[in-house]
Design a protein. Structure first.
Length: 449
């Protein structure tokens, strides 16, 4: 009897374990997006008015109401988990919502500009990033990021040390490995016919530390229309088509094709799927439209390997690279020589007590020199920074503003006299970021050493 009781318990536990791998979510058409919190082992599933948490440690679920602002439309946003915080980023650019408790609240100081449609959104260094995108008959070939800690604004990452740059593109596949972002499998824009996009076979790598782009090679993928889903899989990218799996290993330059395994055919294409801690967490829908989160190991997902071959080819020979390098070195040397000559004879020099230009000299007071140093150092100088230099405590704010205006006018007159021009060299305008603020600027790179 004890033996049979023991077997009964084992059988019951095994049945329970099998059932626990399929977690009921709800009606499939009620949910649109999914995210995974890899730190806390939680899967989020979102609908228009509610969201669910699936705790992977216990396989328990909880439902919560989802509160949103009137302007928020879930269909127009892409979800992203950053440091265990869910964000929703407008798919065309600008707007960012953060989940705080059960509410999605707008946090950006931006606007909906519709210039980065179909951009690739990813998290790096605890910030939201996006690469590429399409808008107004043109595409992007740069990375922007959203500062979700301080300014709550978008800014650009400049590839300051790069000598080569990718094509403008959108709908790119991206794979982030440590400090390097791989970009491939994208659409690009034709320069002579902007109505005619084409599939771009080139693979590029951006190094965040070195701030450089590097061309890797050309891929042999057939195009992005065949791809239903993509999953980050052990520093590789798993692409899912209607009938097979493709595993792209950019580090080892391989692409492997697999048949779909026992559970590989059950993936729902409407939600993101995840590979986490050696398990696949994927959504499937039964015939009655009920949605489940399923858990499986590799052997249940992948079937027989069909083929393995290089992912990309690089046809540029070592001899060609050497020729490019020689031409580049010579070009840089000539450019540097011309630059030195031009700067020496055709630019204004700010010295300790004034300005020199082509043998002429104008003496300046200390306040004027400080203001010029600010204008030379940066593209735009806030009006308040100039006011700090000329401000006299015994005068009112209005009087100090007049002093600032007079000082700028005096500087403009001295510069016009030195250069022999009638043009205003120091100009002002309202700030692009805050229309209440006035900023000053000058063509500093053109005028000064």
């Amino acid at each position: 009897m004890k033996k049979y009781a023991f077997l009964t318990i084992i059988l019951a536990l095994s049945i329970l374990d099998v059932r626990s791998q399929n977690i009921y979510i709800g009606k499939s058409n009620s949910f649109k997006y999914s995210l995974i919190d890899r730190i806390n082992n939680i899967v989020y599933v979102y609908g228009d008015t509610l969201y669910k948490k699936i705790y992977l440690n216990t396989l328990k679920t909880e439902s919560f109401p989802l509160k949103t602002e009137k302007e928020f439309d879930l269909n127009s946003y892409t979800p992203l988990m950053v440091d265990s915080i869910p964000f929703f980023i407008h798919s065309k650019g600008g707007l960012v919502f953060e989940q705080k408790g059960d509410s999605l609240l707008r946090i950006d100081n931006s606007f909906k500009h519709s210039m980065q449609a179909f951009s690739s959104i990813f998290a790096y260094n605890s910030k939201i990033h996006r690469y590429g995108g399409y808008g107004f008959w043109s595409a992007r070939n740069y990375i922007t990021y959203f500062d979700n800690k301080n300014s709550y604004e978008w800014d650009i990452i400049n590839p300051e040390n790069s000598l080569e740059f990718p094509e403008e593109s959108w709908r790119s596949s991206v794979l982030l490995i440590n400090e390097e972002l791989y970009v491939f499998n994208a659409y690009a824009i034709s320069q002579n016919n902007r109505y005619k996009p084409f599939f771009n076979k080139k693979i590029w790598k951006y190094n965040f530390n070195e701030k450089t782009w590097k061309y890797i090679g050309d891929s042999e993928l057939l195009g992005i229309n065949l791809i239903k889903l993509s999953i980050i899989y052990n520093e590789k990218l798993l692409l899912i088509t209607e009938d097979k799996f493709l595993i792209i290993d950019v580090l080892n330059n391989t692409i492997k094709k697999f048949e779909k395994g026992v559970l590989g055919h059950q993936f729902s294409y409407n939600l993101n799927q995840f590979f986490h801690k050696n398990r696949f967490y994927f959504f499937k829908t039964d015939r009655s439209g009920e949605l489940y989160l399923s858990i499986a190991t590799d052997d249940k997902i992948f079937g027989k390997e069909i083929s393995s071959k290089p992912f990309y080819t690089n046809k540029i020979s070592a001899k060609t690279w050497g020729l490019y390098a020689l031409i580049l070195i010579l070009s840089l040397g000539i450019f540097q020589l011309i630059r030195i000559i031009y700067r020496k004879y055709n630019k204004v020099q700010l010295i300790i007590n004034g300005l020199k230009y082509k043998g002429k000299f104008i003496e300046l007071d200390e306040e004027s020199i400080q203001i010029l140093k600010l204008l030379i150092a940066t593209d735009y100088v806030n009006s308040s920074e100039i006011l700090k230099i000329i401000e006299k405590k015994q005068f009112s704010r209005a009087h100090n503003e007049r002093l600032k205006f007079q000082k700028v006018e005096q500087l403009n007159f001295q510069l016009r006299t030195l250069l022999g021009t009638d043009n205003e060299l120091i100009t002002s305008k309202k700030s692009d970021f805050d229309r209440r603020v006035r900023v000053y600027s000058m063509e500093r790179k053109k005028l000064f050493k």
